[in-house]
Design a protein around this ligand. Structure first.
Ligand SMILES: [Mg+2]
Length: 215
């Protein structure tokens, strides 16, 4: 039986929130942005960031720098600021050593999500990546899970797992894709959504459950 697990990236393998705060602070300092522009940016990027946010920022505040330049600087800053804890990297390495295939299925722009995977050291531990920006479809859309499976050289019929912090996107989407699920608790659970197979406080607990499966 092939062993396949897909992980969400932001808030699951990597801590986006603290990286976001640092990256926005650095960008605003480097571009000498006003306090208003900084506040606007923090609100706009709270859930996710796209190049289009920087086009709107540039327009709203009449900035001289091009939107493309601002976006690129933000991508570089995020890639440098985002981290993955050593015990998570170690856990993924143990999964690989136990013959697991590891994919990342993430809602986010293709360039920034891949820059984050490289910056955190996750990239070499992952067999395939599907970012919503690749196809302009987002979790919980089953097609993004299919893309993730294809990029890992596996099939969704291979009885895999999905691990993530977003109830609807990761757990609801995982169920629709025929995957077993592990939820990292934190967000409110939507009424009526089917429960995850396991609920954990930390992604390392999820990895421990998966390693147990293979013993
Ligand atoms: Mg997430």
């Amino acid at each position: 039986m092939p062993r396949v697990v897909f992980f969400d990236l932001d808030g699951t393998l990597a801590d986006r929130q603290s990286a976001l705060s640092d990256a926005v602070t650095s960008l605003c300092r480097s571009r000498a942005l006003s306090a208003d522009a900084e506040q606007w940016l923090r609100t706009a990027l709270a859930e996710r960031a796209t190049a289009d946010d920087f086009a709107r920022l540039q327009k709203a505040f009449g900035l001289k720098a091009s939107a493309a330049d601002l976006w690129q600087e933000y991508v570089d800053l995020m890639a440098a600021a985002v981290t993955c804890r050593p015990e998570v990297l170690e856990g993924l390495a143990r999964l690989r050593a136990a013959a697991w295939t590891i994919g990342v299925i993430t809602n986010g722009a293709s360039d920034i999500q891949r820059a984050k995977l490289a910056g955190t050291g996750l990239a070499p531990l992952v067999d395939g990546v599907a970012a919503s920006g690749d196809l302009e479809i987002r979790k919980p859309d089953r097609r993004l899970f299919e893309l993730g499976a294809t990029r890992c050289g596996v099939s969704l019929a291979d009885d895999g797992w999905m691990v993530g912090d977003n109830p609807a996107g990761d757990i609801g989407g995982g169920h629709q894709a025929g995957l077993r699920t592990i939820w990292l608790r934190g967000r409110p659970w939507p009424h009526g959504l089917a429960y995850a197979h396991h609920v954990v406080d930390d992604v390392t607990d999820a990895i421990a459950i998966l390693l147990n499966e293979t013993e």
